[in-house]
Design a protein around this ligand. Structure first.
Ligand code: 13P
Length: 311
């Protein structure tokens, strides 16, 4: 199956999040940052093992390292052809350069994130709207071939190109949500409710009352950033309360690197086959994604996602 948009991949989850279903029936789609092409494949293999949809996230650092937006988009299209049973969305993460975001839409990304969260509210609205208008109308896949995520509020922490001090963080203000979503026309909203990017120095204190208030303000998908190091019960609670996408990045880098380090330690020095050295990294990523699918209650949800896209 071709790449799908984030709006499509999350439609079933959003429906469950915004209607009166048993909270135990709710789930979030996992969104995972990659730095290399083998990690992209490992992420999809993990989702496939759980019959789950998945979102591949390219950070600005990954684009620089891998080479170009086009290389990543074409690779993701190839992966989607190779794993036709997995609904896959290709997402541009935390982008700030308007031209680069538009280039990603044209290259074939199926979701882009405009992160103007550090700007004034009105500027955030204007930039997010410009990207939403562009993405909905200029994808090579046709009208609405690319969806859009924007952020309101600001997470603390470090993630590739973004760095926000603890003192600079700002929770999402529920009173601004409706206006922001209506004026911008975005498809998903990243919220700041107490998580942070990167490894935590202390356990995060998630503001569940804030999540409840935000969820009441809008029917679009809500996105939890800063998934590394969030306690499992907090994830479950966020999902039950209507979070539809959960981003994990830093923790995956560690999973990959730990596995490669272990392989180098264990293999004889005469072993020089990169597949034997880096292969365990890709396998470890797949295993980690599989466990996240269980945690986000996303395991086995592919048929429901497909039904909501193609019905
Ligand atoms: P972590 O690196 O903290 O898991 O956050 C990932 C993220 O939110 C990417 O947008």
């Amino acid at each position: 199956m071709p790449l799908v948009t984030m709006k499509q991949i999350m439609a079933d989850s959003v429906k469950r999040a915004t209607t009166d279903v048993d909270p135990a029936e709710r789930y979030a789609v996992g969104a995972f940052n990659f730095s290399t092409i083998p990690e992209m494949v490992g992420i999809v293999e993990g989702a496939r093992s759980k019959n789950a949809p998945v979102i591949l996230m390219a950070s600005l650092g990954a684009i620089k390292y891998i080479g170009s937006l086009e290389l990543i988009a074409e690779t993701a299209k190839g992966i989607a052809k190779t794993y036709p049973e997995v609904p896959i969305c290709l997402h541009l993460d935390h982008a700030t350069d308007m031209e680069q975001i538009k280039q990603a839409v044209v290259a074939g990304f199926t979701n882009v994130m405009i992160d103007a969260s550090q700007e004034e509210f009105e500027v955030n609205i204007a930039k997010s709207k410009e990207i939403a208008d562009f993405a909905h109308n200029h994808s090579p896949y046709g009208i609405n071939g690319c969806s859009v995520e924007a952020e309101l509020g600001m997470l603390a922490g470090h993630e590739d190109n973004i760095h926000v001090e603890e003192s600079g963080k700002a929770y999402t203000d529920p009173a601004l949500v409706k206006e922001f979503v209506t004026k911008t026309g975005i498809d998903a909203l990243a919220v700041a409710i107490g998580t942070a990017h990167g490894f935590y120095k202390a356990a995060p204190e998630i503001q569940f009352d804030l999540l409840e208030a935000i969820r009441k303000e809008t029917d679009i998908a809500l996105v939890l950033h800063g998934g590394t190091g969030v306690p499992e019960d907090d994830f479950r609670k966020c999902v039950a309360m209507g979070m539809s996408k959960i981003n994990v990045g830093t923790g995956l880098k560690k999973v990959y690197t730990d596995a490669v380090r272990e392989a180098i330690k264990t293999l004889p020095e005469t072993e020089y086959d990169p597949r034997k050295i880096a292969g365990p990294g890709r396998q470890a990523i797949a295993k980690e994604i599989a466990s996240k699918c269980d945690l986000f209650n996303c395991t086995g949800k592919t048929p429901d996602v497909l039904k909501s896209i193609y019905a």
